[in-house]
Design a protein around this ligand. Structure first.
Ligand code: BGC
Length: 753
């Protein structure tokens, strides 16, 4: 655990420029607006370790798959969101000394991300013998005007001598990704131009060999300042504007850079893109800085009014949940249905900004409750639109039906480790489960009947082909898989995968009864096929140990040397940073919920004693080295009334990045698992469930807290739940009356209750 920011309910704030942990600070101070986002690197050059990263949603590049031993079925490319043309760059000279916070002496440093408004503020005083200059730098990506990035400098001379100041602002296409093969650069400049105080640059991603689209990005900068613009030479890959002035004692200057970013995702050709960029630039030119800031604050206030979770009595927990909601909404707020939620969002390059099963498994339940129904439907449609890619993936494995990818931008699998690409097929089950989850929560079967059924049928066909019949045991089995626990590969009969395969077939058959005859005809499902699915459902092998009373993670799991995690010396954790892969694979340690993931999905279908035995058996073997782990355990622990464990797991998921639990936040934030803290509170502590039409709660109040309160959308209603030392209050804020179950009692909410 490593805490580098102070505890504050609404801010991510530090008074230390932590040079040794600069990347960590940058990850934590990332900002975004769903359309684009950036790490918290400084605008000015920084000569020590830093990771500058700006990413634009849906702008990616297919990088050639490079592996030692090519195996048939590998995807040809690995897609990645690329580091965008750098448009935040601003360099500052004071009396001809370049500001570089790695070396320039400073005092009174403060770095503060205000989660109420999404504005990142940096303050410091340059402090050397002849110069004392105070800087206040603020930046935001606008949630009101998604193409706008704004950075402003207020510079005040606190010293007794005049100071000359030069500010150089640029847009630079000479950038690369940290993880690129051979330091490759992905951008070619198409056209650019500058005046003394503005400039634009239009760049295009390099051509690729895989037939995926090239992207064009236009960036235009304008400036508002009391400094004087002077002529500057541009270079081949940048446009640059310089501003100069002299600050007398106590005098200050303002400098603001506004950047408009547009892409070929929204414009048909370069001419319309350039025109669009200019129109947007002019639009923001008509607004004052204060107006831009106000509209930013207003939009964030609207989001918080719908989604804020209030915790009393524990500021660390409060900060954790707000940070997670803030970063999630900065990554995705559902406006663009072509986009999805990358595990690191716009905060780093790991996982390439691609879509994972994380979205359906972990993010969808949160968006169901906190955003309009359309947002969740869009997330499901994203997969429906990528069905062709999923068919392709299954074909590549020599299988029928659809195999949804582990990692993707367009439906085509992008991952190139055989134990994941070929084997981590449980992801297909979660894509099906999401359709069930959506339908159950919204009570709306339209998507299921029109589009969901296409996806379910295609996935079922995959499972029906992927199982095999064991003559010896007279059951269907699934061999050669990796379960959610990636610390075991190529195992046979992963209980969770087999369960999801069986469940998908069952759910698809049930759903087929609801769809139109025309749909059935289009899907061309024969009686024989249905009979085959029924047979698999009835004879699917689900490993169980009767003596222990548990489901068995896979065929060989119980033969391992089953020592609990507490037997691992502390200095060897996390094991993925200390042990060889071979040692990890042979160990009994579980990276993330596996059997327990399945129990969570169907939490009300398993009797209490079964849940308890499985939790008691698997949790002590779990190292939680995937960020997706803790929340599942928090929910199950809460369900079993293991309150202390539930709170411990909540703290881990809520402050995973803030306290750098897994020692990897330098790479970026764990965006998709940020839903975990919300799930832990709402499904865990408050015990929210939906069964049929019945919404129910079974709340408890963690001992450290004096109250918590949250709001959810449910079938056209807005409901507020407050749990405090006096009990639970459920308030219908908007919408038609509703019956809600609270513990054992069904209560009628009429509004204002
Ligand atoms: C987890 C996967 C997850 C991926 C992206 C991995 O560490 O094991 O389940 O999909 O991270 O979050």
């Amino acid at each position: 655990m490593q805490r580098t920011f102070e505890i504050d309910p609404w801010k991510i704030v530090t008074h230390k420029l932590d040079k040794a942990n600069k990347r960590l600070q940058e990850s934590m101070t990332s900002i975004g607006n769903g359309y684009m986002g950036m790490r918290g690197m400084f605008e000015e050059d920084y000569s020590a370790d830093t990771h500058s990263g700006i990413y634009i949603g849906g702008v990616w590049f297919p990088d050639k798959t490079v592996v030692g031993w090519w195996k048939n079925g590998y995807p040809k490319y690995f897609g990645k969101v690329i580091n965008a043309v750098n448009f935040d760059k601003v360099n500052v000279w004071l009396n001809d000394q370049k500001l570089d916070l790695a070396t320039t002496p400073i005092k009174d440093f403060e770095l503060s991300l205000d989660m109420k408004t999404g504005i990142l503020t940096r303050q410091f005083t340059v402090d050397n013998q002849e110069t004392q200059v105070r800087f206040t730098i603020q930046r935001f990506v606008s949630v009101a005007q998604k193409q706008l990035f704004d950075v402003s400098y207020q510079v005040e001379n606190l010293g007794s001598q005049p100071v000359t100041i030069r500010i150089v602002s640029e847009i630079n296409a000479d950038v690369s990704n940290e993880d690129a093969n051979y330091d490759e650069k992905f951008w070619n400049v198409k056209t650019k131009a500058q005046t003394t105080d503005s400039g634009y640059l239009i760049a295009e991603t390099k051509p690729n060999d895989f037939g995926t689209p090239q992207f064009t990005v236009g960036t235009q900068m304008t400036h508002q300042t009391d400094l004087k613009a002077v002529q500057t030479a541009e270079t081949e890959k940048n446009v640059v504007n310089t501003f100069e002035g002299t600050l007398a004692n106590q005098e200050s200057s303002q400098f603001e850079k506004r950047v408009i970013v547009v892409t070929s995702r929204d414009y048909d050709d370069d001419a319309t893109l350039k025109a669009g960029m200019e129109v947007l630039s002019q639009k923001v030119a008509a607004q004052t800085h204060q107006q831009l800031v106000t509209e930013q604050s207003v939009e964030w206030a609207k989001r918080w009014a719908k989604a804020d979770v209030q915790i009393s009595g524990d500021d660390a927990a409060q900060q954790g949940i707000r940070f997670n909601l803030f970063q999630l909404f900065s990554t995705f707020y559902g406006e663009d249905k072509r986009l999805n939620i990358g595990p690191k969002g716009f905060t780093g390059e790991k996982y390439g900004g691609a879509t994972y099963w994380d979205t359906e498994g972990f993010a969808l339940p949160l968006y169901l409750s906190l955003a309009d129904q359309k947002v969740s439907e869009n997330l499901l449609e994203y997969r429906h639109n990528q069905l062709a890619g999923a068919f392709h993936n299954a074909r590549e494995q020599g299988l029928k039906g659809a195999l949804y990818p582990m990692v993707t931008f367009n439906g085509i699998e992008n991952h190139n480790e055989w134990e994941i690409t070929f084997e981590e097929i449980h992801r297909n089950g979660t894509i099906a489960y999401a359709i069930y989850n959506y339908t159950r929560y919204t009570g709306d079967e339209t998507y299921l009947k029109t589009k969901g059924i296409d996806v379910l049928t295609a996935i079922s066909r995959f499972w029906a082909d992927r199982v095999h019949w064991s003559k010896r045991k007279g059951v269907y089995m699934i061999h050669g898989v990796t379960g959610p626990n990636e610390y075991e590969n190529n195992v046979n009969n992963n209980w969770y995968t087999n369960l999801l395969a069986q469940w998908t077939l069952k759910y698809t058959l049930e759903s087929l009864k609801k769809v139109s005859d025309k749909k059935i005809a289009d899907l061309a499902i024969s009686k024989e096929e249905e009979a085959q699915w029924q047979d698999i459902i009835h004879k699917m092998y689900l490993p169980e140990d009767k003596k222990l009373g548990i489901f068995v993670q896979n065929d060989c799991f119980l033969d391992k040397d089953l020592q609990p995690v507490t037997s691992i010396p502390k200095d060897q954790l996390p094991i993925n940073q200390h042990w060889s892969w071979d040692k990890i694979l042979r160990s009994p340690y579980i990276k993330q919920a596996d059997v327990l993931q399945g129990i969570w999905y169907f939490i009300d279908k398993f009797p209490e004693d079964v849940k308890k035995r499985n939790f008691d058996f698997y949790e002590p073997l779990t190292v939680h080295e995937s960020s997706l782990s803790a929340c599942v355990h928090a929910i199950l622990a809460a369900d079993l009334r293991y309150e202390q464990k539930a709170v411990e797991m909540y703290e881990r998921t809520a402050r995973l990045d803030l306290d750098n639990y897994n020692n990897d936040t330098v790479d970026g934030l764990h965006i998709t698992s940020m839903t975990g803290s919300w799930l832990a509170i709402v499904q865990g502590f408050a015990g929210m469930r939906v069964s049929g039409d019945q919404l129910s709660f079974k709340p408890f109040l963690p001992k450290k807290w004096t109250a918590y309160q949250f709001r959810i959308n449910f079938r056209g209603r807005l409901i507020e739940v407050r749990v405090d030392t006096t009990g639970t209050k459920i308030n219908l804020l908007k919408g038609q009356p509703l019956k809600v179950q609270l513990n054992q009692e069904v209560v009628a909410l009429k509004g204002g209750d």
